[in-house]
Design a protein around this ligand. Structure first.
Ligand code: THG
Length: 386
């Protein structure tokens, strides 16, 4: 018997409603989700199988100005922690990254590329050194835990690898320090950039770092007990009422202007750290040894063939860049744009993209084949964009 096939017309009419994201155990919510939803979250992205709130009904431009002037609470629980603990922890973490960790101190956060045997980017976490034998890899969007477990098994390392109950909450913006001081005390002001302290919250010690995925300054609280998530949110929220505190999320305009890269968008495992402009986090000295060192060394000898650059381009506000847009010099393809958005401050479209060697000098003119079918005149600019 033939199964009846619905007519094309029926498919069109039944598919017309806006798709909604169904959250389940597999697609994880966070300890802050009840407040995020009560505050009217309008969009979610998914990172590390976890919801990342993206908007609250205001425009990206309104959120951008607010972030630059006030303070925002961001549910960045999707920045999952891969915990590596045990006598061989330091050895395993060093095997995973070209960044020399030999001088890293407890209490330090280290932005670091992770690469495979071909020097392809596996991830770009913030590494927290909690103790000589205890690390957290605060990861971007790829399954680092499985890679780490495979390496530990293959190298016969004595480590425990797990994803602990840690849900980072970012407090970002120029008023973040004042807000944090009200809740955690004046000592938060002494925390240096990319350092963390353990501070009291209602009789509990929480890890608080001066870090975050914006250039506006701020902190990240690594809440390690979901059961007090709502209490933490509410306490910050109430303490910030006269500071114009608002819910927020990593802001696309601010991120592009600031040159903050996003794994899966600006780069993937197809790219190496030198293409991502992360040479300063790559060591080629005798020590340390790490996976992919030989491949990375060879790439460094010949020089990367392409590199991520900031680009600005004319014309009216561009549509969202959901995939990639070609970059052209005359008729030649010289790369692609991965993220683009209108900047109300620079009164121009701002973008991040991968640009071929020979075309990545600041001031180089390029054409952007924009998603709306137009070709726009653009040029390479310095990052961050001032
Ligand atoms: N915070 C935490 N975890 C994260 C992110 C974060 N994991 C995923 C993602 N973001 C990783 N990507 C970045 C990219 C840039 C920075 C941090 C995380 C960053 N870099 C500084 C810079 O480029 O100036 C400092 C680097 C350094 O000095 O080590 O802030 O945001 N927890």
């Amino acid at each position: 018997m033939n199964t009846p096939v619905p007519s094309r017309k029926l498919i069109m009419t039944t598919n017309r409603s806006i798709p909604k994201l169904a959250v389940s155990r597999r697609l994880r919510s966070t300890p802050y989700t009840p407040r995020i939803e009560a505050l009217g979250v309008s969009d979610y992205s998914i990172v590390n199988h976890t919801v990342l709130p993206k908007g609250f009904g205001r425009s990206t431009q309104e959120d951008y100005w607010h972030l630059r002037e006030h303070v925002q609470l961001w549910d960045v629980s999707c920045q999952r922690q891969v915990e590596i603990k045990g006598v061989d922890a330091a050895r395993l973490v060093q095997l995973m990254t070209p960044r020399d960790l030999s001088k890293a101190k407890t209490g330090q956060c280290l932005y670091a590329p992770l690469v495979d045997e071909f020097a392809g980017m596996i991830n770009d976490p913030v590494i927290l050194k909690l103790a000589d034998d205890h690390y957290w890899l605060s990861i971007a969007d790829s399954d680092v835990l499985l890679w780490a477990k495979g390496l530990a098994l293959g190298f016969g390392l004595n480590v425990n690898i797990d994803e602990p109950d840690v849900a980072p909450l970012a407090v970002q913006g120029p008023k973040a320090e004042d807000l944090m001081a009200r809740v955690f005390g004046e000592t938060v002001r002494d925390i240096r950039f990319f350092r963390f302290s353990r501070l009291d919250f209602k009789g509990r010690e929480l890890i608080v770092a001066r870090s975050g995925y914006s250039r506006q300054g701020g902190f990240e609280i690594y809440l390690d007990d979901s059961s007090i998530g709502l209490d933490l949110w509410d306490t910050l929220w109430e303490a910030g009422s006269d500071l114009d505190v608002a819910p927020g999320s990593p802001n696309l305009i601010e991120r592009v202007e600031g040159g903050l890269l996003s794994y899966g968008n600006e780069f993937t495992r197809e790219n190496n750290p030198l293409e991502c402009g992360l040479l300063k986090y790559c060591s080629f000295a005798d020590k340390p040894d790490y996976i992919g060192k030989k491949a990375l060394h060879e790439i460094n000898q010949s020089g990367p063939v392409q590199q991520i650059r900031g680009i600005v381009f004319d014309g009216k506000s561009c549509p969202p860049c959901a995939s990639t847009w070609s970059l052209k010099s005359g008729r030649e393809s010289v790369g692609h744009i991965s993220t683009a958005i209108w900047s109300p401050r620079l009164q121009n479209n701002v973008a991040l993209g991968m640009v071929s060697a020979g075309y990545w000098r600041v001031g180089q003119e390029l054409n952007v084949e924009c998603g709306d079918g137009t070709t726009r005149e653009g040029s390479v600019v310095d990052l961050p964009m001032m």
